[in-house]
Design a protein around this ligand. Structure first.
Ligand SMILES: C[S@@+](CC[C@H](N)C(=O)[O-])C[C@H]1O[C@@H](n2cnc3c(N)ncnc32)[C@H](O)[C@@H]1O
Length: 495
């Protein structure tokens, strides 16, 4: 089922995004030729019924310590008898990349395996060679596609949410609008274009992009149509302004660097799923942490830690938040300390400065079992295969986000999760798509309809008449939305 979903994943493209909010015209961003490319969203890792292990080869972990020796690649037997003069040395191992050398050196230097979380963090965000650091990984030419890249309507609806919260905050004159992990900056660009007519709102904005990748920061700068402007206060420093809304934009490597003391609206779309997870497996002698080690042939392999690791403290914390019956069903558990820490930083900030945060991601309102997955060029691959060349992501544990926020502050309230379909529906996506459909070409209408389905639909689009392998698959119920707000703001729309 997993493979089938993957192969049937559609290519869908963003609709023209130079329209103004509630303006029904579409400008002509022509969809790129779609016929032969597959674009997958990262949620497709799961079947509809359960948490599904994916690229992890479970056989590689045995119920004992340091037992796994098999390399990750599957064996394929080839009949070479009909080949003329077949090359004798066709399986030369490729030289190790910088990141692989680095990972191996950490394991050797430590004299033992590293946690899956440390592996994931290095693979994604190692400052020299991490997956996100040096390239654009999104879209048909990249490795996967996300909702803001599917349709301009996504960013526009998040803009509606932000404006509603700003109203509930009493329309403050200054607001920090923070996006965590903004990718190409598409969500923020569509939000600003959509909101640009609401002058009082956009004039209040100071935009803060929290992004670890210098390459993506540059892309965001360009997509937000940024320019340098002289400061009006007489200082020599220049400030960066997005011409989409005339709002100042600043980049930060961490949320803590965003200046405090100003009411804050935080958006985190597909950010939490990139945070490193620790994996635990039930063994005969209790829960053991799954680690990444080097086999004798110098390939990566999974092993189980023989004794409790520091991350066991987080496992214990997470288990305390779960019901005994929930835990009894599981023989693997993922915990994400970084998600807990980020949530607490967000909750503290909102508690002291006012405002709220919207978190949208794929995940569950429950303990996550085994969800870590690797995607390269729109295909699932083994987690240990050529690290740094594939995206790694894991399901988001929304129940843990709620508990983390509530634990750190009594001044915030947590709402949801609700489905993405409920969120976007309540924010008016149906009206928006109708308005856009009023004035567009047939090709744009097709793209709008498939984009709409992918954002709010569930499963394969019933209206699809195109090639079977490109049928749009809805992510409306697989993505969830949760809000954390300062209690002063009341209940955020539409929770
Ligand atoms: C899956 S992408 C999502 C991008 C975007 N939100 C979207 O929906 O298209 C994850 C983003 O988070 C950034 N990121 C990952 N880990 C980060 C970290 N620890 N700090 C800051 N940014 C991070 C990545 O560089 C990337 O921009």
């Amino acid at each position: 089922m997993l493979r089938r979903l993957l192969l049937r994943a559609p290519t869908s493209y963003r609709q023209a995004s130079h329209t103004y909010y509630f303006a029904p015209q579409l400008s002509a961003r022509v969809p790129p030729p779609a016929a032969h490319s597959l674009s997958i969203t990262r949620f497709l890792c799961s079947s509809s019924s359960s948490q599904v292990p994916n690229g992890t080869s479970v056989e590689q972990v045995e119920d004992d310590v340091n037992l796994s020796a098999s390399p990750p690649a599957a064996t394929i037997s080839i009949d070479r008898s009909g080949l003329y003069n077949s090359p004798e040395h066709s399986h030369e191992p490729s030289p190790d990349s910088e990141l692989i050398k680095h990972l191996k050196s950490i394991i050797k230097f430590r004299g033992g395996p590293i946690s899956v979380a440390e592996y994931m963090e290095e693979v994604l965000t190692n400052p020299k060679a991490g997956f996100y650091i040096n390239r654009d990984v999104f879209g048909a030419e990249g490795d996967f596609i996300t909702s803001p890249e599917v349709s301009q309507m996504f960013g526009e609806m998040i803009g509606v949410w932000a404006m509603c919260l700003w109203e509930q905050m009493g329309q403050p004159n200054k607001v920090n609008l923070v996006e965590l992990g903004p990718g190409r900056g598409t969500l923020m660009a569509d939000l600003l274009r959509g909101a640009s007519k609401f002058k009082h709102f956009v004039q209040s904005l100071n935009i803060h992009m929290v992004e670890c990748s210098p390459t993506l920061q540059k892309l965001q700068y360009s997509n937000l149509k940024c320019e340098e402007e002289n400061n009006t206060d007489g200082t020599v420093d220049k400030k960066t302004i997005s011409l989409l809304a005339g709002a100042p934009v600043t980049w930060h490597a961490a949320l803590e660097q965003v200046p405090s003391g100003v009411p804050t609206i935080i958006i985190a779309h597909e950010f939490y799923d990139a945070l490193p997870v620790h994996q635990f497996q039930k063994a005969s002698h209790g829960w053991c942490e799954k680690m990444v080690d080097l086999a004798e042939d110098s390939t990566f392999r999974f092993v189980l830690s023989p004794q409790p690791t520091p991350a066991t403290l987080y496992l214990m914390k997470r288990c305390k938040w779960a019901a005994t019956e929930e835990l009894a069903k599981l023989d693997q558990i993922e915990v994400c300390p970084k998600s807990m820490e980020f949530t607490q930083t967000i909750a503290k900030r909102i508690s002291s400065d006012g405002g709220g945060a919207l978190i949208i991601d794929y995940g569950l309102n429950a303990v996550i079992s085994d969800s870590l997955q690797a995607i390269r060029k729109h295909k699932f691959v083994n987690i240990l295969d050529d690290p740094g060349s594939a995206d790694l992501s894991a399901y988001v544990d929304f129940a843990s986000i709620r508990r983390s926020a509530e634990e750190v502050s009594g001044d915030v309230s947590v709402h949801g999760p609700i489905t993405q379909s409920q969120l976007l529906g309540a924010l008016g996506i149906n009206f928006r798509v109708e308005a856009l459909l009023q004035n567009c070409t047939d090709e744009q209408a097709e793209s709008l309809r498939t984009g709409y389905w992918r954002l709010v639909g569930e499963g394969e689009a019933p209206f699809w008449e195109g090639p079977e392998e490109q049928v749009p698959i809805g992510m409306g119920t697989r993505y969830l939305a949760m809000a954390i707000v300062n209690k002063r703001q009341g209940v955020p729309v539409p929770f």
